[in-house]
Design a protein around this ligand. Structure first.
Ligand SMILES: Cc1ncc(C[n+]2csc(CCOP(=O)(O)OP(=O)(O)O)c2C)c(N)n1
Length: 277
């Protein structure tokens, strides 16, 4: 008997085709994330009509809006999670997804991120961490590594970056992971987990920005970043048996936390129903 042929993945089915090719710079990681995200949706057989994509302002905000074809809220810088929370409260059956940058979600929108994680709002949040404010030309972000040169830190960044995934896990999210654009297959599985898990799900995706960040830190191509991600990451399963000295400066990828706290809008509805009785 002939093996059943796997249906070809229809990337274009998920994109606003009239806007292609994308305006992402050469070597940018946003295209990899867009492709991985679309493939994750296809494999899950989620109908894009059941997704509401919410974003703020930045290059990475172009992944969900306008490129991914679903109902979309392209909101003000830093406020995506606040808008998404409103959508989830009024439309609990929707798959509400936030995709935005590190400046947007960890910088100006940091407070919304922490409190949505604490409340365990049923959102899937993908933080595209290119370690810089990409769209505005390369200003320091709360995720820029210590010592790195940017347009606003020409002598080197004097600040420590957030460990944003650990922070969101500590705040109370149900699912937290970190991957990079080098790890596309585990990233796809992690996106699927985040899309199907009840409660607040958060995946930090380290990506490359050769134009606004890389050229100032000696990585001028996407390939150099991918090699860096490959050589400087350790899986969380392996890291848990290692000392901090052994881990050193390596970036921990993989699952950070998974738990089953009840989701915020479910609690809210249950309380409302109880009150009405
Ligand atoms: C209230 C407000 N402040 C500042 C800006 C300018 N601005 C637009 S995008 C951006 C940073 C984008 O960086 P990030 O969120 O990391 O996304 P990236 O472009 O790197 O993907 C800033 C500061 C704005 N649009 N609105």
């Amino acid at each position: 008997m002939m093996a059943k042929k796997k249906k070809a993945y229809r990337l274009k089915h998920y994109l606003r085709e009239e806007l292609l090719p994308t305006t992402f710079c050469q070597g940018c990681g946003c295209g990899t994330v867009l492709n991985t995200y679309a493939q994750a949706i296809e494999e899950l057989q989620i109908n894009p009509k059941d997704i509401v994509s919410v974003t703020g302002i930045g290059c990475s905000s172009w992944i969900p809006s306008p490129y991914f074809k679903a109902d979309t809220l392209h909101t003000t810088h830093g406020r995506a999670i606040a808008f998404a929370t409103g959508v989830k409260i009024m439309k609990p059956e929707a798959n509400v997804v936030v995709i935005a940058g590190d400046g947007d979600l960890a910088g100006i929108g940091g407070n919304h991120l922490i409190h949505a994680a604490r409340r365990n709002v049923g959102l899937a949040v993908f933080l595209i961490n290119n370690m810089i404010y990409g769209m505005t030309g390369g200003q320091v972000s709360p995720m820029t590594p210590l010592g790195d040169k940017t347009t606003t830190t020409p002598y080197g960044n004097p600040e420590y970056p957030f460990n944003i995934a650990e922070f969101v896990a500590a705040a109370g999210a149900n699912y937290v992971a970190r991957w990079t654009t080098y790890h596309v297959f585990p990233l796809m599985e992690s996106i699927q987990k985040a899309m199907t898990k009840d409660g607040f799900s958060f995946v930090e995706i380290l990506t490359q920005c050769p134009v606004s960040y890389g050229r100032r830190v000696g990585m001028r191509t996407g390939e150099e970043f991918l090699k860096y991600f490959k050589e400087n990451t350790i899986n969380s399963l392996k890291a848990k048996d290692m000392t901090p000295e052994e881990i050193g400066d390596k970036i921990i990828v993989g699952k950070i936390v998974e738990r089953n706290r009840k989701e915020f809008t479910t609690i809210l509805r249950e309380m409302n129903e109880e009150r009405r009785k």
